[in-house]
Design a protein around this ligand. Sequence first.
Ligand code: MN3
Length: 300
Amino acid sequence: MILKMDRLLHKLPEPKNPSPNDAAAVQELMGGKFGEMSTLMNYTFQSFNFRGRERLRPFYDVIASIAGEEYGHIELVSYAINMLLTGSTKRGHDPEPGPLKNVVDARNVHHFIASGQQSLPMDSMGHWWTGQNVFSSGNLKLDLLHNFFLECGARGNKMRVYEMVTDPTARELVGYLLVRGGLHVVAYARALEHLTGVNVTKLVPVPELSNKAFPEARKLEESGQHLKLYTFSPNDYRRAGEIWNGFHPEDGQPLEVVFGAPEGVPVPDLHEEPQLNSPGAEDFDMGMFQDVAKKMGIKP
Ligand code: MN3
């Protein structure tokens, strides 16, 4: 089961300007082949499908813990896209002046036609994410090799998106994902080492550029965010520490398992976009909920 919290994993700064094209590039980190939807669904299916978990429990615990974190990553990418899209069009109810005319040349007009100026489960070219991106062979060595490759591929794409976007919201997002995805690269390398004895961490980093070259990532690594594997569970997955231990291969600092989830930050409020009828419901009577809340003693 999953336990949900109305919190975001990391604080994103407000965008300097609306940037529909930065948002379109960031979509690759959502619904691209190597995006967060792919990491989430790969580890989710592999953990659901895991056979022989009593014998191989620590491997199961690592994959399941990382699957939990990836849910928070798609959520964070979604908010970054939403924040970058906010303000791209002129707000108002009157269609006649063409309030969406600014975005007819945007890279991804699905943001304005198929959604209310919001993130979508697609890549930077507007291709919908597909379950064909999920690899769950049932063979532990093969699945871990795939996961190591997937995280390295994701790392490469994150770096290129960083080099493409200039908005601070987008760059902070990518910096954070580089740090946490970098940790997942090392986790799958360590898992393969425990399983096979092969020194996979010698391959790290792939691509060769260090996270420390990116100012937003460097700042987070200085506070140790590349060292802590969270279980995203109050009581379970406690044997992840039998794999996540020792020292970070790049800077030699000690690795640590944290039971539970990071505290997170409040979820940003997304304002209404009346020109897109989003969310609409203009005649909804707010007083009705206020009366119900009062009767039930629910605090806002
Ligand atoms: Mn991720």
